[in-house]
Write a protein that binds this ligand. Structure first.
Ligand code: LLP
Length: 427
């Protein structure tokens, strides 16, 4: 966290100035932090002397500007919907560097992906396999694909966001043999070019074992199927620090371990070392994002607690309400004042669960002060809603002392843009 004169700075711009220029609530990204994370990941792979791709998981934060940045950083990205693909396309991001994931891609979405020339489609299930094969046969076109496996590995994480265990809607089930049937079907199609195997074991992961098991399993599976994969894709999931309870493993440590496991497992199973792909979302954008709010009302309930209400809430960050996620906040215009209080930071939405920070020690505050919640760059804006018909905040990128608006604040006109009158019949 950058600071000067007791003020929070983001990307070299003071939070106070950002709030004055763009109003609150506001999402702000420290662009150099995103770049530093990507560099750290690239350096770890380079040190391992492996072929690799970093494919940013769009679901964490998908707007045109992030793809502009990723294009500049020369990494790939992963999409999970027509809407994300449309956003990527609008940014002029090279489609060959895009992969397409998801457990229920529609025929229209698959057509869109094939039309745009999406580099890799990650086949998730038999229905999609049939849709895609039919589509490609009709067009006499080939498509690079990976196959997503449901590996039966569960990483320690919040129950709602673990996707690697056997009881999962994602991927072909390995344990029951369905995956082998799908593999044979894929290999039998001359329109599908199977480049490798994919799996994702969960999100916000704080231990490395899941990844080494996964790499071993992918290599063993390839060996059992007499298949030399060009690529193994181990998904995303690297955990980040939201508050003092979180002790994340550095991205580089995860990557070293994945590469070393891949080397050991390929040797053990008689494979050449495949290219290693990862799909991190949260770890790339999460720590770089800040949410700025203006403090409004306050309620002190004697002997129970104090609530500070801000001008945003669950519409711009649903994670505390949805997952019980714990964030950390700072008083952006007075970072280190001595007098402290403990408060709960609530939003302005009509719901008791609309909490942003469950418990936070802060300097003394007054209405109009500026609050910053840290590490909100992932799954904040991307999961935002118009609940209570509140407009979604603007998004600003800040780098080297310059701030740039990259998503406009929604207006009330935007809120009602799609509404149509109901013509009441009067007779
Ligand atoms: N790849 C696949 C196939 C995924 O399903 C996911 C996340 C990722 C990559 C990226 O994972 P990350 O590196 O961001 O952990 N809304 C939840 C997170 C859901 C993640 C779902 N899949 C949250 O706010 O915590």
């Amino acid at each position: 966290m950058q600071s000067e004169n007791n003020q929070l700075y983001i990307g070299g711009v003071s939070a106070d100035e950002l709030a004055r220029r763009y109003q609150t609530p506001l999402y702000v990204y420290d662009v150099s932090r995103i770049r530093a994370t990507i560099s750290e990941m690239k350096a770890a792979f380079a040190a391992e002397k492996v072929h690799y791709e970093i494919s940013y998981a769009s679901k964490a934060f998908s707007v045109v500007a992030i793809y502009d940045l990723l294009k500049d950083e020369k990494i790939h990205c992963d999409a999970v919907s027509g809407g994300e693909i449309a956003t990527i396309e609008k940014a002029g991001f090279p489609m060959k560097n895009v992969s397409f994931n998801g457990n229920n891609k529609s025929l229209d979405e698959l057509k869109m992906a094939v039309d745009y020339g999406v580099g890799t489609i990650i086949i998730d299930n038999f229905h999609e396999l049939d849709l895609l094969t039919g589509l490609l046969e009709k067009r006499q076109q080939t498509q690079n694909v990976l196959m997503r496996l449901s590996p039966g590995i569960s990483a320690h994480t919040h129950e709602f966001i673990s996707t690697g265990q056997q009881d999962s809607k994602f991927g072909f089930d390995l344990l029951s043999g369905q995956a082998k049937t799908a593999f044979d079907q894929i290999q039998a199609s001359k329109y599908l070019n199977l480049r490798g195997l994919h799996a994702h074991i969960g999100s916000q992961i704080f231990e490395t074992d899941g990844y080494s098991h996964l790499v071993d399993l992918l290599c063993k599976t390839a060996h059992d199927w007499h298949f030399q994969p060009e690529i193994i894709d181990v998904g995303g999931g690297f955990g980040i620090r939201y508050n003092e309870e979180d002790d994340p493993i550095p991205n580089a440590t995860f990557i070293h371990l994945i590469c070393q496991s891949a080397r050991t497992a390929s040797r053990q199973y008689g494979l050449s070392l495949p290219e290693i792909w990862i799909e991190p979302g949260r770890s790339i954008v999460g720590p770089a994002g800040y949410s700025l709010y203006t403090i409004g009302g306050r309620k002190d309930i004697p002997g129970i607690r104090s609530y500070l209400s801000v001008d945003g809430g669950m519409g711009d960050n649903i994670r505390p309400a949805l997952y019980g996620a714990k964030y950390e906040a700072v008083l952006a215009n007075q970072l280190n004042a001595a007098v402290k209080q403990v408060v709960r930071i609530a939003g302005k939405y009509c719901e008791s669960g609309d909490v942003l920070v469950w418990q936070q020690e802060l300097p003394k505050t007054k209405a109009g002060d500026l609050l910053a919640i840290l590490a909100t760059g992932a799954y904040g804006y991307s999961m935002a809603s118009n609940y209570n018909r509140n407009p979604r905040p603007a998004v600003v990128f800040a780098e080297n002392g310059h701030a740039q608006l990259v998503v406009k604040r929604e207006s009330f006109a935007d809120i009602t843009r799609l509404d149509m009158d109901y013509e009441v019949e009067n007779d």
